[in-house]
Ligand binder design. Structure first.
Ligand SMILES: Nc1nc2c(ncn2[C@@H]2O[C@H](COP(=O)(O)OP(=O)(O)OP(=O)(O)O)[C@@H](O)[C@H]2O)c(=O)[nH]1
Ligand SMILES: [Mg+2]
Length: 199
């Protein structure tokens, strides 16, 4: 799959407000600063379609992008951002819970973890949640450009252990140099096809 067209649709505090119901969705989750918005930009080959920032906690709302006039890519706010207060954390939790409950169109989740770090408790919790609810997902190890190609497999071991996946199921990705872009697009294409009523 190639992304021919990408447009920002809306930024919303509650999924119930989403005007684009009906089309299939793929969502991007992961802790704050892991590179969710950057991944979306790289997939779409656009510099600033999704807003990114070196300061964690940039994406606070649910952002929806329409790709190829065919499906939505959903940029979810990151978790585990230490500097937000209790109230903000509760708001985040409620927003995410509501999203996963109400998004009947969701067919796949890209769960992002930083290739350099062991998954956090929040990552494990998200992983458990997706498994329990039966939402198909793919683990994407971001910022692969930060370590050498030869060291990547070793880096994946603790990630695989924590998230109960095999190394070959994980996509090493870099929004800097485009590593893994084709693989992510293939996963997305397959996920969209697999969720066809007759597919
Ligand atoms: N070297 C490198 N830096 C990256 C990569 N992806 C993201 N970054 C940097 O990491 C920082 C955070 O990226 P974002 O895409 O804003 O992260 P996010 O997950 O959307 O963060 P929140 O919106 O806060 O949840 C930015 O400074 C990016 O430039 C990558 O693949 N390689
Ligand atoms: Mg973001």
């Amino acid at each position: 799959m190639e992304i021919r067209k990408a447009e920002f649709i809306t930024s919303m505090p509650a999924y119930t407000d989403f005007p684009g119901r009906g089309l299939k969705q793929i969502a991007v989750v992961g802790k704050s600063n892991v590179g969710k918005s950057s991944l979306i930009n790289r997939l779409c080959n656009r510099k600033a379609l999704a807003r990114t920032s070196a300061t964690p906690g940039k994406t606070r709302l649910i952002n929806a992008f329409l790709l190829n006039d065919a499906f939505h890519l959903i940029d979810l706010p990151g978790y585990g951002y230490a500097k937000v207060d209790k109230q903000e954390k509760a708001r985040w939790g409620a927003m995410m819970q509501a999203y996963f409950q109400q998004s009947e169109e969701l067919c796949h989740v890209l769960t992002l973890v930083d290739i350099r770090h062991e998954p956090t408790q929040d990552d494990v919790q998200m992983n458990t949640f997706l498994r329990q609810t039966g939402i198909p997902f793919t683990v994407v190890a971001t910022k692969a450009d930060k370590i050498s190609r030869g060291a990547r497999l070793k880096q994946l071991a603790p990630i695989c252990r924590a998230l109960l996946v095999q190394p070959w199921q994980v996509i090493c990705f870099s929004s800097e140099d485009g590593t893994g872009r084709d693989q992510v697009l293939t996963v997305m294409e397959d996920a969209l096809a697999a969720s066809e009523p007759n597919g």
